[in-house]
Design a protein around this ligand. Sequence first.
Ligand code: NAP
Length: 294
Amino acid sequence: MGARLIDGKMVSADLRGKVTDAVHRLRRDRGIVPGIAVVLVGENPASEVYVRNKSKAVAEAGMRALDRKLPATTSEAELLTLIAEINADESVNGILVQLPLPKPIDPQKVIAAIDPAKDVDGFHPLNVGRLASGLPGLVPCTPLGCILLAKTVNSSLEGMEAVVVGRSNIVGKPVAQLLLAENATVTICHSKTRDLPELCKRADLLIAAIGKPEFVRGHWIKPGATVIDVGINRVPGAGGKSRIVGDVAFAEASNVAGAITPVPGGVGPMTIACLLLNTLHAACAQKGLPAPNI
Ligand code: NAP
C-alpha cells in the first residue's frame, strides 16, 4: 500500500473535542446547553444503531439529547404535529429525523416541516438552496465530513479537478456544491455517465458515493489522487459473517492513490462529528451569537 491513510477516526475525534470545548464555554459563559432532538419512527435495526450512536455522541459533547421514538404505525399527520412541537421548543436547537421513514410517510413533507434554523441535517429545501446559492446555512453532515477529510491532505482544494460519483440529495449533490464553494473544478457522475473510468482517472480528488461494493477500481484512479470513499456496503465475509466495504476497491486503489479513506473508519465517523458541529452552529445562530471559531 502506497497511499497515506486518511484517518477519519482521528480527525473526527479532534473535531468532537473542539465542539465539546466550545459547548463547555457556551454553558459556562452564557448558560446555554445546545439540544438536539433525534426522531426515530419504526423499528429499522440499522436506524436504531445510528440513533443510539448519535445520542451517545451528543451526550459526550455536553449537549442535551432529546430522543423521540415513535411506533411504525405513526401517521404522517402525527409526525408533522410532533415536528411542529419541537420547532417551537426553545430547548431544542437541532432536529434530525432518521431516514428512511416507514411508508406511506412522505419524507420530503417531513423535511420541509422542520424549522430551517434547526435543520442540522441540512436537507430542508431552504438550506439546499442556500448551499446552491453560496449563502451561509446548515450543510449536510456527510458531505461536510468529506470536505474536512480532503482538506487534511490538501489544505486548499482550489483549482483541483474533483470528480464526484453519485448525485443523491444526501451526498453527491451537496458534496459537489461544497467543492464548488472551495473553488474546485467539479464533475458529477451517475449511473448514466459514459466512460466513468476515464472521468475518474482525471480526478485529483475522487469522491465515491455510489452504494455499490468496491465498484471503483484501482486502474480508474489517477496516481497520487486523494480518494474519499463514502460507501458503506455489507458483504459476505469469512466464517459466514458479514463485513463492511466501501464503494472503492481499497486494496487496489491504495496502491495508486496518494491518500485514501478506509471503510470503516473514514467518512463514517465524520458524519456524527459534523452533526455535533452543525448543532453547535445552530444553537449559536438561534441565540444571536457569532459562530464559534472551530
Ligand atoms: P443513493 O441515493 O443510492 O445514490 C447512489 C448514486 O450512485 C446515484 O446518484 C446513482 O446514480 C449512482 N450510481 C449508481 N450506480 C452507478 C453506476 N453504475 N455508475 C455510476 N453511478 C452510479 O446513495 P447515497 O445515499 O448517496 O449513498 C451512497 C453510499 O454512501 C452508500 O453506500 C451509503 O450507504 C453511503 N453513505 C454513507 C454515509 C456515511 O456516513 N459514511 C452517509 C450516507 C451514505 P443515479 O442517480 O443515476 O441513479
